[in-house]
Design a binder for this molecule. Structure first.
Ligand code: GRF
Length: 198
C-alpha cells in the first residue's frame, strides 16, 4: 500500500517541494498533507501550486499549551490517514507524548553533521569553530532534540570567505538531494546509514 506522508513546515518549504516531487517520481508514497504552524509560511502557497492539500495549525492559538497543540496536530494527521511525518523546517519542538504516538515514523532534516551542532544557528557556529567541513543529516525524531538515529549524511566543504548565508545555501542544495533519498529508503524499510556524495 502506498504510504501517506505529511510534511510539516514553518517557512519557505524548499525541502518540502523536493520531497513532493520525488514522491511523485518514485510512486512509493503520496504526500497527503502539508501542514504549517505559521499562517504566512511561503511553503503553503508552494504546496498548493503543486496541488497538495494544505492546512495551518497556528501555534499562536495554543500559547503555553504544547500538549494541546500536539493533540490537535495528532488528530489532523489521523484525519488524513498519515503513516509517516517529515519535518522540513518545522520550527517547533514536539512533546514527548506526541513523539511516542508516532515513534519511528517521524523524520527530520538538520543542517549540520549530527551529533555536531544540534539546535539553531548551525552555520555561524560551524564558521566560528573553524570547521573545514559541515553538511546535513536526516534523522529519526526522538524525545531528545536532534538526537535520534541518523539515517543519512551529506557533507559540504567550508570555503575560505564563506558566510553563514553562503554556507546555508550550499548545505540547502545538499538537503534537497539527501532528504528525498533517505525518505525513499526509509519507506522501503532501509535503516542503515546513507552517506551521500555527488
Ligand atoms: C533547512 O535548512 C532545514 O535543514 C532546517 O530548516 C531549513 C528549512 O528550509 N531545519 P526550507 O523551508 O525547506 O526551505
Amino acid at each position: 500500500m502506498t504510504k501517506r506522508v505529511a510534511i510539516l513546515i514553518s517557512g519557505a518549504g524548499s525541502n518540502m517541494v523536493q520531497l513532493v516531487k520525488s514522491m511523485r517520481a518514485d510512486c512509493l508514497a503520496h504526500c497527503a498533507l502539508v501542514l504549517s504552524n505559521v499562517r504566512e509560511a511561503k511553503g503553503l502557497a508552494r504546496a498548493r501550486s503543486l496541488s497538495v492539500v494544505t492546512t495551518t495549525l497556528d501555534h499562536k492559538s495554543y500559547t503555553n499549551n504544547r500538549e494541546a497543540y500536539d493533540i490537535a496536530l495528532h488528530n489532523i494527521l489521523l484525519d488524513h490517514k498519515i503513516d509517516v511525518i517529515c519535518l522540513a523546517g518545522f520550527m517547533r519542538i514536539l512533546t514527548p507524548f506526541f513523539i511516542s504516538l508516532w515513534a519511528n515514523k517521524i523524520l527530520n532534516i538538520h543542517p549540520s553533521l549530527l551529533p555536531k551542532y544540534k539546535g539553531l544557528k548551525t552555520h555561524q557556529r560551524v564558521l566560528d569553530a573553524g570547521e573545514k567541513e559541515t553538511g546535513c543529516s536526516v534523522h529519526l525524531v526522538t524525545e531528545k532534540l536532534d538526537a535520534g538515529a541518523v539515517l543519512g549524511y551529506a557533507s559540504v566543504k567550508v570555503l575560505r570567505g564563506d558566510t553563514a548565508d553562503t554556507l546555508a545555501d550550499r548545505v540547502l542544495e545538499k538537503e534537497h538531494k539527501l532528504y528525498p533519498l533517505v525518505l525513499q529508503r526509509f519507506l522501503q524499510g532501509e535503516m542503515d546509514l546513507l552517506v551521500f556524495n555527488d
